[in-house]
Design a protein around this ligand. Structure first.
Ligand SMILES: [Mn+2]
Length: 473
């Protein structure tokens, strides 16, 4: 029998306000896995399927400019810089690494898949340092860094960002980065950085010193963009440019990598990135609150270096934080906009991309099950834990959520009629009064396979059996 524990979206990094607000919970879980008694002949594996170390949340090593928009890297420019970031993360989360090292001693295998916040883990020197910290070797720790879906018999595991047009990774470019880094060469054709990573590096991370909760809003896509605009209009996002460059990135990615091949083989574009990257497909209530998002943008190639932000963090009165600090009234139309945007970002109403209960991710899981015969598809990325059947033939989709904190908001506050209470809650949030507003909800997948790597028996899956909340013992 083979037992898989799978966790994702740990987001180690980003001191002094880390997304992983309760590292002890994670360390306790890893020690629990280490201590668990084994059945006779049982082999055991821990899979961490993406967004383990958050390189996007770590400050740039090369930033010389005082502008907050250049203090973070959407992709760390050198291997030495990535290594320096990893050293800082190891130092900041010593107990988690110690617990993982202990856990690894009791595992037959540790498997690390990349997400979209930890691409630097693919770099050879970073992997070597990581293995040294865990006291293990490449023989017992497998890194999947080439976008292959990770398959163990009936189970297929991936991070899930492939189905998110803002966060799909240019894996051919990453392969060149790894190849040249392994030889001390410079990559002649740098990897294309996805719009989601640019949004984090250029907007979300720099905003975090003002709003400590800001990087808990996930995933970084068009909904979060609209929300950021409502929180901080002084950003003066060039929404048109931002959405157009996201659409352009997705189109180029399709053409450059999978889409052309898919067309030659006579299959549709949905085999690559799913959903639209531009302002189309935004749900009605959100579109009504943000009429500028309704525009459909023409696809044109746009240089990835073009700035989206015309003005960053101007301390004029519009800033939610400035108004909150002064105790000034926030105009009702603005509060309404914020309420609508938060409703979509927090309640996880992401059904607008493909019309499915979990949006593009569950739809992709159903397709993967049909295409590969997998019975269980496990993803992360959305930070929304899910476990339900998908497709017609009884396959399951599980999303392991996140170990980072999530924003806790009473759904009643997001109703139109409760705007006054919502305003109070938002003002406190903007002032970083976060007690009771952010908390962890960690989950892990626990999958038992037969020696033949099959799920035991038909109908053996249930949400409670596969996806478990982690509670402090
Ligand atoms: Mn992710």
């Amino acid at each position: 029998m083979h037992r898989i524990y799978a966790i994702s979206d740990l987001h180690l990094g980003g001191m002094p306000h880390p997304m992983l607000g309760s590292p002890k919970l994670l360390a306790d879980f890893l020690r629990y896995v280490a201590r668990q008694a084994r059945a006779r002949g049982e082999t055991r594996e821990l899979v961490i399927h993406g967004d383990f170390v958050d390189f996007l949340a770590e400050r740039s090593r090369t930033a010389t400019s005082a502008s907050p928009a250049t203090c973070f890297d959407a992709w760390t420019p050198t291997q030495a810089d990535a290594l320096a970031k990893l050293e800082d993360v190891i130092r900041s989360f010593q107990d988690v690494f110690a617990a993982l090292a202990e856990c690894v001693q009791h595992l037959d295998q540790l498997t690390i898949l990349l997400g979209n916040h930890d691409l630097e883990l693919a770099l050879p020197a970073v992997r070597t340092r990581f293995l040294r910290e865990l006291g293990t070797s490449p023989h017992r720790c497998r890194f999947v860094v080439d976008n292959e879906a990770y398959r163990v018999g009936d189970v297929l595991i991936e991070h899930g960002n492939r189905y998110d047009p803002w966060n799909a990774i240019d894996y051919d470019g990453l392969r060149r980065e790894v190849s040249t880094a392994s030889r001390g060469e410079t990559n002649p054709l740098p990897m294309a950085v996805c719009p989601g990573s640019r949004l984090v590096a250029e907007v979300v991370s720099p905003l975090k010193s003002r709003y400590h909760f800001i990087d808990l809003l996930k995933p970084e896509d068009k909904v979060v963009t609209l929300l950021l605009l409502a929180i901080e209009p002084t950003l003066q996002f060039d929404l048109d440019l931002l959405f157009r460059s996201a659409a352009s990135y997705a189109t180029q990615w399709r053409h450059a990598h999978s889409f052309t091949a898919a067309r030659r083989m006579g299959v549709g574009a949905e085999h690559g990135i799913a959903g639209a990257a531009d302002g189309t497909g935004v749900p009605g209530s959100l579109a009504a609150a943000f009429p500028e998002a309704l525009v459909t943008y023409e696809e044109q190639p746009i240089a990835s270096s073009v700035g989206w932000i015309r003005k960053f963090l101007d301390d004029r009165v519009e800033s939610l934080r400035v108004l909150a600090d002064k105790g000034e009234e926030i105009p009702e139309p603005r509060m309404r906009r914020l309420q609508v945007a938060l409703r979509h970002a927090l309640v996880g109403d992401r059904t607008f991309d493909l019309g499915e209960s979990s949006g593009p991710y569950a739809a992709a899981a159903a397709r993967l099950a049909t295409q590969t015969g997998a019975r269980l598809v496990i993803m992360g990325h959305t930070h929304l834990a899910r476990a339900h059947p998908v497709g017609a033939d009884g396959a399951w989709y599980v999303n392991t959520g996140t170990w980072a904190d999530v924003i806790q908001c009473d759904p009643a506050l997001l109703e139109d009629k409760n705007l006054a209470d919502f305003s109070k809650w938002v003002v406190a949030l903007a002032r970083n009064e976060l007690a009771g507003k952010r908390a962890p909800r960690p989950c892990y997948a626990d999958v038992v396979l037969t020696d033949e790597l099959r799920l035991a028996g038909p109908g053996a899956l249930s949400a409670a059996a596969v996806l478990k909340p982690w509670k402090q013992e």
